[in-house]
Design a protein around this ligand. Structure first.
Ligand code: PMP
Length: 391
């Protein structure tokens, strides 16, 4: 268990937000103790600008791009909005998938306003993989446009083979955007080698502060400037407004910390996730793991407990912080659109819990969560059986 927010909880919601890394917290606190607008010409302003430059370099190193290809934003939602607004052209297709985050799906609906024929949704298999063969068929009929597919799914962790996407898109003269919010800092990334035009990320998913993120824009991409925010012309006119200096510095520190030893970290986190799955399926053999198991992020597992409502299980284990579907959708009584697109029934989607872990997860938390899940599922089953039993 970890001491979080003064509570003793095992934290399994890294895909909603990861705990801030000590390096990022220290950098934010230090930055908040200094004055300086990064656009000011005096000494404090230049100092702020210098620290922003360092952070831009730290983030660029994590992505494998040059610092001039990064535009700071308030997070991945804004980066997705900015990306699709710039990349979509009326009359050309916007190809995406039904398992994308609402920050892509809703943006796609907005930018293509009034032209539903402009959105093409690729089919998704029961394993959560987007069918990329259909992408070729789409381009055989209509060239150009933009493809927006997530690098890793926030609910199942299932990965998209972006190399295949980029190759097909290049051949058809289409732009490529990827929402890589869940992948950055969790798996190695070489964005230049991937050959995508646009990539979105959010700092808080890899241990940076909330409310700050970035859009990578490949140098030389044929993109028009269509800023969401106009004003002072910051970020080369892509995103006006005084920079969030402390947030950006915190994101840079988190990026550097995440990059350090990432290869070993991937192995460590995947081994813990596998152990959690092994322990849970060992005691609850009828549960099912969703998504293609050999093509997933290391730190997430989506588990269906048939016949047992996830909200009741979560309520029965208050010392484990996990989530039903995605945090963005929780609170709304709608089942996960991702699990439904994968063919799960509504009842199964409502009986699914996402456990996501990461850099600060311990073996003790894995053991504790497995025991808590077993106890909670059995407790909920007993209550349901009693309610169903003879009166
Ligand atoms: N895309 C994905 C895949 C996400 O998981 C999230 C966060 N849940 C976002 C975009 C939005 O990120 P933010 O809320 O930080 O803007």
């Amino acid at each position: 268990m970890s001491e979080l927010n003064g509570l003793d909880v095992s934290y399994f919601d890294y895909n909603a937000t990861a705990p801030i890394r000590p390096e990022a917290r220290a950098a934010v606190i230090e930055a908040m103790q200094s004055v300086g607008n990064a656009s000011s010409m005096h000494h404090p302003g230049r100092q702020a600008a210098h620290r922003v430059d360092v952070a831009r370099r730290q983030l660029a190193d994590l992505l494998g791009c040059s610092p001039g290809e990064i535009i700071f934003t308030s997070g991945a939602t804004e980066a997705n909005n900015l990306a699709l607004r710039a990349a979509f052209t009326a009359g050309s297709p916007l190809v995406t998938s039904p398992v994308e985050h609402p920050a892509v799906l809703e943006t796609a609906r907005t930018v293509t306003a009034g032209g539903p024929e402009d959105i093409v949704l690729l089919p998704v298999g029961g394993d959560g993989l987007v069918d990329l063969d259909v992408l070729k068929q789409v381009f055989a009929a209509r060239q150009g446009g933009v493809v927006s597919l997530m690098a890793a799914n926030n609910e199942t962790g299932v990965l998209t083979d972006l190399r295949v996407v980029a190759k097909a898109a290049r051949e058809a003269g289409a732009l490529v955007h990827t929402d890589a919010t869940q992948l950055i800092g969790r798996l190695p990334m070489d964005v230049a080698e991937l050959d995508v035009d646009l990539l979105s990320l959010s700092a808080h998913k890899f241990g940076g502060p909330q409310g700050v993120g970035a859009l990578y824009v490949r140098r030389g991409s044929p993109l028009p400037h269509r800023p969401l925010l106009v004003g002072g012309g910051q970020e080369r006119g892509w995103r006006a407004g005084t920079l969030n200096v402390a947030g950006i510095i915190g994101m840079g520190a988190a990026a550097e910390a995440a990059a350090r030893g990432l290869g070993e970290e991937v192995e460590r986190v995947a081994a813990m996730r596998d152990r959690l799955e092994h322990l849970v399926t060992g005691v609850l053999p009828d549960c099912r793991i969703n998504g293609r198991r050999d093509q997933r992020l290391p730190g997430v597992t989506s588990i269906t407990f048939p016949g047992v409502p996830a909200d009741a299980v979560l309520a029965a284990m208050p010392d484990v912080a996990a989530s039903e579907g995605s945090a963005c959708a929780s609170g709304a009584p709608t089942p996960s659109h991702v699990l439904l697109a994968m063919g799960l029934s509504r009842a199964d989607a409502d009986s699914t819990i996402r456990f996501s872990l990461g850099y600060a997860t311990t073996d003790a938390e894995i053991k504790h969560a497995a025991q808590a899940v077993k106890r909670a599922v059995m407790q909920v089953r007993a209550v349901l059986a009693e309610a169903d039993g003879p009166r």
